[in-house]
Design a protein around this ligand. Structure first.
Ligand code: NAP
Length: 537
């Protein structure tokens, strides 16, 4: 028990995090009649969309899909202004949802959770914030996000740099004026690729420091077509159901005929068609895009050719072409004019593989090629994904077992939601679930609904404890690992496998069986079947 327990405020449930996941968890648990409080470290709600407000930040899932489905009234009354919503519009939407469902009164901001200890005797959790407040609750729900803890890169002399250092993951609310500034950006993942064109338009000069090139497809964002929107809204339910029937819970108009079965010319036409449509649908052209080497190579070559066509200087284009891995191994990026940015006179691409970064100096940065003076450094260097947020909280389950110790060899979970030895603890889009491989808002809803149904089931039996069985957990971990075996994702170094964080790696951060199979797993594991993998007592 924690020392300040006598002054603890007691609730049925504490939810950690007030992003998409935390808000919906509050809505569902409250509707079950549970007194629930949400603890949020930020000074406002929104999670990812609160923090990542860098210029150009935009969702790469279409806005009509990247939104809650739990309320048809909400679906009907909210209007998205663009095909792909900007960070600002998504944050407005989240705030609208919070007001509409009167969620704010149960959200406590500026509250960074540092400890969560389970008390065996009372079957309650004691949860402490950095400033010493303590909360007691039967249930703790971690809605802490898959990509919420930034990785601080190891760069020599970072402290010596006298200019301004900005991080895409914690961008200043007041924005940044790049006019007249010399800027360098480190990181060419989705975040870097999105903000590079916008910064380049404003800055005096922009250096893009690239270690590994990524594949990016054009977003072709556009204002929302009112006819498309009204048509979609008339059939929202059908669209949602159709999305649930796809592997990624997202309607990309996925091809069903294997690419291996069609001619090279036909594949070329289909790639071109999807390239013109824009967005992530490119990698869904054929079901064997990432599994058949010939089809995958064709798609990879296609994007290489596109880069070469867009970038005028062949030597610059060559540096932008990914050569270390094929398309589909890492998360595909979606851009708005990224490659074209390198045709600007005020943009310099520095390839750190041939010209290593030696470090920062007082006035800029030094590479093997020399020193460059800059005013600002932008870090778009990624996240400690999946486990980053939980590993920074001192979570202890039965008999004081530490979650970090339990997960020393990898994040064993049951369904990506529960952990044996940690009763009444739930994670939303936790490791071992499809999470970022699917439309994450709908993945969140799926988890919250399952958790709420299990809690209702336990309460109906007046049970105090819900806990994953060790056998069920072992079986789940094996299943997740087997599904990952041999996939392109598991063979490629990226944040998907933990390779971007020193000392971290795992084959089972992600369930790769696709949404329909995962939904069947949840169904079989849920209250309709008396929760066979859980002990409810
Ligand atoms: P990321 O994909 O992990 O990219 C991080 C970048 O920083 C990589 O280019 C990496 O290079 C580079 N880097 C890290 N440390 C470095 C160092 N010491 N020196 C030089 N380069 C270094 O992170 P992200 O761009 O933030 O994206 C993460 C995920 O967030 C995305 O994949 C996506 O799922 C999500 N996201 C989505 C959107 C969207 O919806 N549009 C936008 C942003 C992010 P290496 O590759 O060589 O390690």
């Amino acid at each position: 028990m924690l020392e300040a327990e006598s002054s603890a405020s007691t609730h049925d449930a504490v939810v950690v995090g007030a992003g998409f996941a935390g808000l919906y968890a509050l809505q569902r648990l409250r509707n079950l009649g549970l007194s629930t409080v949400v603890l949020e470290r930020g000074d406002d709600i929104g999670g990812t969309w609160f923090w990542n407000r860098y210029p150009g930040a935009r969702c790469d899932v279409e806005s009509l899909q990247y939104s809650y489905s739990f309320s048809d009234e909400l679906q009907q009354e909210w209007s998205w202004s663009e095909r792909f919503a900007s960070q600002g519009e998504i944050l407005r939407y989240i705030n609208y949802v919070a007001d509409r469902f009167d969620l704010r009164r149960d959200i406590t901001l500026n509250t960074s959770v540092v400890r969560a200890h389970y008390d065996d005797a009372s079957a309650m959790w004691d949860i402490a914030s950095a400033d010493g407040r303590v909360y007691r609750a039967r249930y703790v729900v971690f809605a802490t996000g898959c990509l919420s803890v930034p990785v601080e890169p190891e760069i020599n002399g970072l402290d010596a740099f006298q200019g301004r250092i900005l991080r895409t993951s914690t961008w200043p609310k007041e924005g940044v004026d790049f006019a007249g500034k010399r800027v360098a950006i480190i990181g060419t993942g989705s975040s870097g690729i999105q903000c590079t064109p916008v910064i380049a338009e404003q800055a005096d000069h922009l250096f893009v420091l690239q270690r590994t090139p990524n594949y990016s497809v054009p977003g072709r964002n556009q204002p929302m077509d009112p006819d498309f929107e009204s048509d979609w809204k008339k059939n929202y339910r059908e669209h949602r159901l159709a999305a649930l029937a796809t592997r990624s819970n997202n309607l990309f108009n996925a091809g069903t005929v294997p690419g291996r079965q069609v001619s090279f010319e036909e594949r070329e036409r289909e790639f071109e068609r999807r390239w013109q449509v824009g967005g992530l649908g490119f990698v869904y052209a054929y079901p064997d895009m990432t599994s058949d080497p010939e089809v995958n190579k064709h798609a990879t070559d296609f994007v290489h050719r596109k880069i070469a066509e867009k970038v005028k200087k062949p030597e610059v284009a060559a540096r932008l072409v990914p050569s270390e891995y094929p398309i589909g191994g890492r998360r595909l990026c979606v851009d708005n004019g990224y490659y074209e940015t390198f045709n600007r006179d005020n943009v310099t691409l520095i390839d750190l593989r041939t010209e290593p970064l030696l470090g920062m100096t007082r006035d800029g940065f030094r590479t093997a090629g020399g020193e460059h003076v800059i005013d600002m450094l932008v870090l778009a260097t990624g996240f400690d994904a999946f486990t980053g947020a939980l590993s920074r909280i001192d979570v202890r389950g039965r008999n004081g077992l530490s979650l970090n110790d339990k997960w020393a060899d990898g994040p064993d979970t049951y369904l990506g939601i529960c952990v044996s030895g940690f009763p009444n603890l739930f994670m939303i889009t936790g490791p071992g679930s499809p999470s970022v491989l699917s439309n994450v808002v709908l993945a969140i809803e799926m988890h919250v609904n399952w958790i709420a149904d299990c809690v209702a089931h336990a309460r109906a039996r007046q049970a105090r404890v819900i806990e994953a069985n060790t056998d069920a957990e072992v079986e789940w971990v094996d299943k997740v690992a087997a599904l990952a075996q041999g996939t392109l994702i598991s063979k490629t170094k990226s944040w998907y496998t933990g390779a971007n964080v020193a000392g971290k790696t795992s084959k089972y951060f992600l369930y790769m069986g696709g949404t329909p199979a995962y939904m069947r797993e949840l169904q079989q594991a849920g209250p309709d079947n008396d929760c066979p993998g859980l002990s409810i007592a």
